[in-house]
Ligand binder design. Structure first.
Ligand SMILES: Cc1cc2nc3c(=O)[nH]c(=O)nc-3n(C[C@H](O)[C@H](O)[C@H](O)COP(=O)(O)OP(=O)(O)OC[C@H]3O[C@@H](n4cnc5c(N)ncnc54)[C@H](O)[C@@H]3O)c2cc1C
Length: 367
């Protein structure tokens, strides 16, 4: 989010300093272990659909500007038991925004993608124009363009405290104190390290993902889409095998709490790291439940309602907060950066930010 905001701000000719505790893209946040799904037919709020469409266009623009492949329109198939994973709201938004989507039966799905085996009553919502993003490349592309447009970057520099007056913000870091008219804080799973300044209802959680050897004829990216999958035992998402990578799968709904500063336990520390993922593949994508090729751990930062926080600090309008992306924010990062740049410039954002307002949490915010 920060790198994207830096790109949009620098492109508008603003004076930008990007401060990061590590050297993005890196493995200490939420953006590594690419790819990431980009879906358009969201539920929850129409804002997500308008933001997803804008994000798609901006990622394509970034691809052209950098000459790098960032987005692969592989299609995304959402599947599940109708009572657990209803599609009605998504279908309504799809119709409102004229998104091409197909509602499919389990038999339709088995015919089209013989690598998928679903109980008879399951359904699928297929989005042919959705796909996946190479997230680390995306962060690198934003960084390169931000720097090209004149942004300065300070890697390995930890923001330690923030002091604010009406027209001035000072950030004390491990590399000195920096001053600005306005500041964006987007610390991902690390917001607790800024808790003396702002306390957000964000729960950082350890997540495990893994790549499994798969029958390439069934699951290669040329023939198989990205997917989400939910039944009464859990929610999963995954990707086709990309250049022989194997099928990548992750579980959305579980994960151990992580405290910033603690070492993140490696993949395999818990039997369910591999066990849950292998079980889901065995059940629904059986020829993709082969040898474990690779495992990785990453972090979600979850708000109580799993909606984002994009707002001004309630006490300091010259400080913007962008966090709590709850395991589904990456696709939007390019448009979140644009929104943040609009707010910094004093323009009305092109999207309704009501679902992301801090006021919805009331007493949970202490500043
Ligand atoms: C396993 C996994 C799968 C996911 N799948 C998807 C998906 O398919 N689709 C999707 O859209 N999203 C997905 N997401 C979510 C998405 O990746 C995140 O929502 C997104 O990366 C959050 O971006 P961020 O900028 O808030 O956090 P980060 O990318 O973590 O960036 C925060 C940055 O702040 C820096 N920082 C933190 N504290 C400080 C400090 N005190 N001083 C200086 N710098 C600091 C960090 O070093 C880091 O670089 C997934 C996430 C995970 C973990």
């Amino acid at each position: 989010m920060g790198m994207s905001a830096g790109y949009h701000l620098a492109k508008r000719g603003m004076s930008v300093l990007l401060i990061d505790a590590f050297d993005p893209p890196h493995e200490e946040g939420s953006h590594h272990g690419e790819p990431r799904l980009i879906r358009h037919a969201y539920g929850g709020d129409a804002t997500y659909v308008s933001m997803a469409l804008r994000a798609h266009a901006l990622w394509q623009e970034l691809e052209q500007l950098t000459g790098t492949t960032l987005l692969v329109p592989s299609g995304v198939l959402n599947m599940g038991a109708p009572d657990v994973y209803p599609f009605e709201e998504r279908l309504a938004y799809a119709s409102l925004f004229k998104l091409p989507v197909e509602l499919l039966s389990a038999a339709d799905i088995a015919y089209r993608w013989p690598g998928i085996r679903l109980p008879e009553h399951y359904r699928g919502l297929y989005e042919p124009k959705a796909g996946y993003l190479f997230s680390e490349r995306c962060v690198g592309a934003c960084r390169a363009l931000a720097v090209e447009h004149g942004a300065a970057i300070l890697p390995y520099t930890k923001a330690e405290s923030v002091q604010v007056s009406p027209d001035h913000v000072s950030i004390r870091t491990s590399n000195g104190v920096f001053h600005a008219e306005q500041v964006i804080l987007s610390a991902g799973a690390w917001f607790k390290t800024l808790e003396r300044f702002v306390e957000l209802p964000i729960r950082p959680v350890r997540k495990a993902v893994a790549w499994f050897e798969a029958d390439e004829a069934l699951y290669d990216t040329s023939v198989f889409p990205g997917f989400t999958l939910a039944d009464d035992e859990g929610g999963y998402y995954g990707f086709p095998s990309i250049g022989g990578s194997g099928v990548k799968i992750g579980r959305h709904d579980t994960g151990a709490v992580w405290r910033p500063g603690e070492a993140l336990e490696p993949f395999g520390a818990y039997p369910e790291d591999e066990g849950d993922l292998r079980a889901a593949l065995g059940k629904f994508l059986p020829q993709a439940a082969g040898r474990l090729l690779r495992g990785a751990v990453c972090k979600y930062e979850i708000t109580p309602d799993e909606h984002f926080i994009i707002d001004r600090h309630p006490a300091y309008p010259n400080v913007l907060l962008a966090g709590g992306f709850s395991g589904h924010g990456f696709k939007f990062s390019i448009v979140v950066g644009e929104i943040l740049a609009d707010l910094i410039a004093g323009h009305k954002p092109r999207h309704d930010l009501t679902p992301f307002a801090l006021s919805r949490f009331k007493k949970e915010l202490i500043s």
